[in-house]
Design a protein around this ligand. Structure first.
Ligand code: ADP
Ligand code: MG
Ligand code: MG
Length: 875
């Protein structure tokens, strides 16, 4: 069967689609040959031949026959012959895998050179210096690649010789010098390999091919593949190609150019070249290359031709190209082209430009982008070079992307004060709580010692788009003495640190950042194309005016989760809240509740004025009441306000304490014992909606969406809904106006998912709260998972943090059960969404989409990435 297999392909026999077999380099050389570009002739040996070689550890006789046949064909095509005394053939032997692995494997140039050929070349070209320079290069590369002789031995010899002669550059070397070097190199070879340098081109060729096959498994290449998730089973192809020479003199040269700028995407050639040089001299950094634009002056014709061919290649491949070329005596040759590697920012700019130039479709542009690229566009990143010079002294979970530096403060209050004095601050806390909100809002970054990906700090920071790292368990924070210690470092108040929210790494000192300049227009385009192509809506988890405005800017269709608990903080509000919770006097309690209603109503009006007829799902109060109670000096203050003793206030506070607050008296459970709170909230919502509808001249009618959290029993929703509907109809009577409204619930306990069919009968919509659902399904506290999640991942007990990427097997199964049971009820037109943090996670979105979720809701800054993910799933 080996006999029936074709292992070797002339360039004319290949095309770019044959990349698996011919590798990237080989298939593109074939493609360019078919396009009629000036490509030196050659042939490519397939990756399959490589895999056979690696299995058997020798070149198959059938393969050798095929190589010899193609070599003969090449001799005919080029009108040159190996060893010929009139026109000798010289070739390069080049590696090329399916995915480009720049510089990872080996190349041999000038193969075919020997003691006779070098003289013939010298005679034909009349350039003996060039001929011997080429021969000594071949000896060096063959020794290095095929015989694993340390290339330093050759470099040292040359350096020593130049010093002795008083030369600074290779270009000062003359015929006699290169002859001597060639002789010295052959001696090194003989010493190291214990044989004379091989003179037969056929032997040189087969040994080089073997060496390139072997180089697939060199340690560099293996490491590169591991880093870039490239399979070890692909093998490399080998291309044998007629040599052209960039080192014949001042009318020759070699270079590399991109058709667009690979770091910012700007149009126009970007590259470098060297006059009188060969192969990798440009990359080697021995001589400083010139900017490609200089070529226009030095060799205008070759430059013009190169510009035309570069444009042709880009148009043909529909993408930015990275092109290698050589000019021999004024004549241009293309030696390689491939889709160029680029930064995320360049990737976005180039994709957009190509659409606008009519080269690719919007779908194709989106396919080429990743959610991570959009995240980089939204958040500044540290300058890579600077980052490398700073030591990571602590690491936690990457809760909210971004890069920030600032002075450390241990309390929200201290951070706020420093901020008012003009400082940039980083808030460093054991964990955050709702009362830290202002200090969090003004800080450049937030770092906590405890907590997981859905802890308070993580959720709030993502909402604000603030850089955040949580669960840095090694940080010992002493808030009292205002210092933190970790691995021998001490951080005091005012110490400057830098935080990378994308990696979870924390550094000492300030690190320079870079932010893409015109991100908003580029982002706007990607967002609007994604929306055209995507199948489900993306909503925002947002509640403040600023967050809502940002959410709409970033492409939100509405708000899938408006949390109301943050509306009870702030100087005046918290006092009323505490009065309502702690007052022994029913009239005072009632008055406090009414005051809270006034505040809430104003908040809701702000939301409705921004959202208008767009959806805004308002979740009624969710956390346990003791999150609002006074601590420290505040207790005495509260006692005075309430007109009772401090001891009594403390007694009342003690009554609210719980052992497991997250499993305790919260969410809809509060509404069973204290219905007046939800009733107040619903009245405020309805009044606000009616008033804003009237403000807007009744042109857009606001339809409130009220969401009840933490339901797990059918009767809970029945009981609460009945009470709320009574309030709503009273409000309609009082206002003399009716508007449509929806009542829905969150499915965030396992039991709620299991009886979703029963619960959904009573509501207009359901929304999965995957944060609590994950917490309750695993029994993992989301505020404590930081202590062990890293170990779980490292020991591969779990694949990833389930608060970050949806747990498909467990939590996902509950979702499936719930969705299917709701859909089985044919009369139901309940809409189904998700408002947990995984709603913004690209990895989780694919699963959610397949399960039939109708919308996802996430932090504003994650919306573009979510939209892109959804669009790509529909392409
Ligand atoms: P890499 O994969 O490391 O880029 P290449 O096979 O592209 O290795 O070879 C490196 C360089 O050698 C090329 O950029 C080119 O300058 C030079 N080279 C390779 N083949 C030839 C050839 N046939 N003629 C002239 N130069 C060549
Ligand atoms: Mg190479
Ligand atoms: Mg190359």
């Amino acid at each position: 069967t080996e006999k029936d297999t074709k292992f070797v392909y002339a360039f004319e026999e290949g095309q770019k689609e044959m990349v698996d077999l011919l590798g990237g380099k080989g298939s593109n050389l074939a493609e360019m040959t078919r396009l009629g570009l000036p490509v030196p002739s050659g042939f490519t040996i397939s990756t399959q031949a490589c895999l056979n070689y690696l299995k058997n550890n020798k070149l198959d006789s059938e393969l050798i026959l095929q190589i010899e046949k193609k070599a003969e064909e090449l001799e005919i095509k080029t009108n040159k012959k190996f060893n010929d005394l009139v026109s000798p053939l010289l070739v390069s032997v080049r590696s090329g895998a399916k995915f480009s692995m720049p510089g990872m494997m080996d190349t041999v140039l000038n193969l075919g050179m020997n003691d006779v050929t070098v003289e013939t070349i010298a005679k034909i070209t009349g350039n003996s210096a060039f001929a011997y320079d080429s021969y000594r290069r071949f000896i060096q590369m063959f020794s290095d690649v095929v015989k694993e002789v340390d290339r330093q031995l050759f470099e040292q010899e040359l350096t020593y010789y130049k010093e002795k002669q008083g030369y600074q550059y290779d270009t000062q070397m003359k015929e006699r010098d290169w002859k001597i070097i060639t002789q010295l190199y052959k001696e090194i070879y003989a010493n190291e390999v214990n044989e004379q340098f091989p003179q037969e081109p056929e032997k040189q060729l087969l040994e080089s091919i073997e060496a390139v096959f072997k180089s697939w498994n060199n340690p560099r290449a293996k490491t590169y593949r591991r880093m870039h998730a490239i399979s070890d089973d692909l093998g490399t192809a080998v291309t044998v190609q007629e040599m052209v020479f960039g080192n014949t003199g001042m009318k020759s040269g070699t270079g590399v150019a991109f058709t667009r700028n690979p770091s910012n995407g700007k149009q126009g050639l970007f590259g470098e070249f060297l006059i009188n040089a060969q192969g990798e001299d440009v990359v080697a950094g021995i001589r400083t290359p010139q900017d490609i634009s200089q070529l226009a002056k030095i060799m205008p014709e070759a430059y013009q031709k190169f510009t035309d061919l570069a444009a042709l290649l880009e148009a043909h491949y529909h993408d930015m190209q990275d092109i290698e070329f050589t000019i021999e005596e004024g004549q241009l040759f293309i030696l390689q082209t491939r889709n160029g590697k680029r930064t995320p920012r360049a990737a976005i700019e180039i994709a957009i430009d190509l659409v606008e130039e009519g080269v690719i479709s919007k779908e194709e542009a989106l396919k080429r982008l990743t959610p991570q690229m959009l995240e980089q566009l939204l958040h500044p990143t540290f300058v890579a070079k600077e980052l490398a010079q700073h030591e990571v002294f602590a690491q936690g979970l990457p809760a909210s992307p971004g890069s920030a530096s600032g002075k450390v403060y241990f309390t929200a209050e201290a951070a706020k004060k420093a901020n008012q004095a003009g400082e940039k601050t980083v808030l460093l806390r054991k964990e955050t709580s709702p009362e830290d909100i202002e200090g969090m809002a003004i800080s450049e970054a937030i770092v906590t010692a405890h907590g997981g990906m859905t802890s308070h700090a993580a959720v709030v920071a993502r909402g604000m788009g603030t850089c955040c790292v949580v669960g840095c368990e090694k940080l010992q924070i002493e808030e009292g003495s205002k210092k933190a210690t970790v691995a021998g470092h001490t951080i005091e108040e005012g110490t400057v640190i830098s935080v990378d929210g994308s990696t979870g790494c924390i550094y000492m000192g300030e690190i320079a950042k870079e932010k893409p300049t015109d991100e908003s227009t580029a982002l706007g385009k990607i967002v609007s194309w994604s929306k055209e192509i995507g199948t489900i809506k993306v909503m925002a988890n947002a509640e403040t005016e600023k967050e809502i405005a940002e959410a709409f800017q970033l492409g939100a269709e509405g708000m899938g989760l408006v949390r109301t608990e943050h509306m009870f903080f702030g100087e005046k509000r918290i006092v009323e809240m505490r009065k309502m919770i702690l007052s022994p006097d029913p009239t005072a309690k009632k008055a406090a509740l009414m005051n809270l209603k006034t505040f809430q109503k104003e908040d809701f009006k702000v939301i409705y004025r921004l959202a208008k007829e767009k959806s805004a799902t308002i979740r009624l109060l969710d956390p346990p009441l003791h999150e609002f109670i006074p601590v420290g000096k505040e207790v005495a203050k509260m006692a005075t306000i309430l007109g009772i003793s401090e001891a009594e206030v403390n007694q009342r506070i003690a009554n609210l304490a719980e052992n497991n607050p997250m499993l305790g008296h919260r969410g809809c459970r509060l509404a069973i014992t204290n219905p007046e709170i939800y009733e107040m909230q619903v009245a405020a919502i309805m009044e606000a909606a009616i008033e804003v509808t009237e403000e807007l001249g009744n042109e857009s009618v606001i339809q409130p969406e009220i969401m009840i959290p933490l339901v797990s029993i059918e009767k809970e929703i029945v009981f609460i809904k009945e009470k709320l509907e009574k309030i709503i109809s009273n409000t309609f009577i009082e206002k003399g106006k009716e508007i449509p409204y929806l009542i829905g619930t969150m499915l965030e306990t396992p039991r709620a998912c299991l009886i979703a069919d029963k619960i959904s009968k009573h509501v207009d919509f359901i929304s999965f709260g995957t944060n609590d659902l994950t917490q309750l399904t695993f029994g993992f506290s989301r505020d404590d998972i930081g202590k062990f999640v890293n170990d779980y991942e490292r020991q591969q007990i779990i694949e990833s943090d389930p608060f970050q990427h949806l747990d498909k097997d467990g939590v996902g199964k509950l979702l499936k059960i719930a969705i299917n049971s709701v859909k089985e009820n044919e009369s139901s037109d309940v809409s189904i969404g998700i408002c947990g943090e995984v709603g913004g996670d690209p990895q989780s979105i694919e699963f959610l989409l397949n399960e039939g979720i109708q919308y996802v809701s996430c932090s504003p800054y994650r919306i573009p990435a979510a939209l892109l993910t959804i669009a790509k799933l529909n392409i």
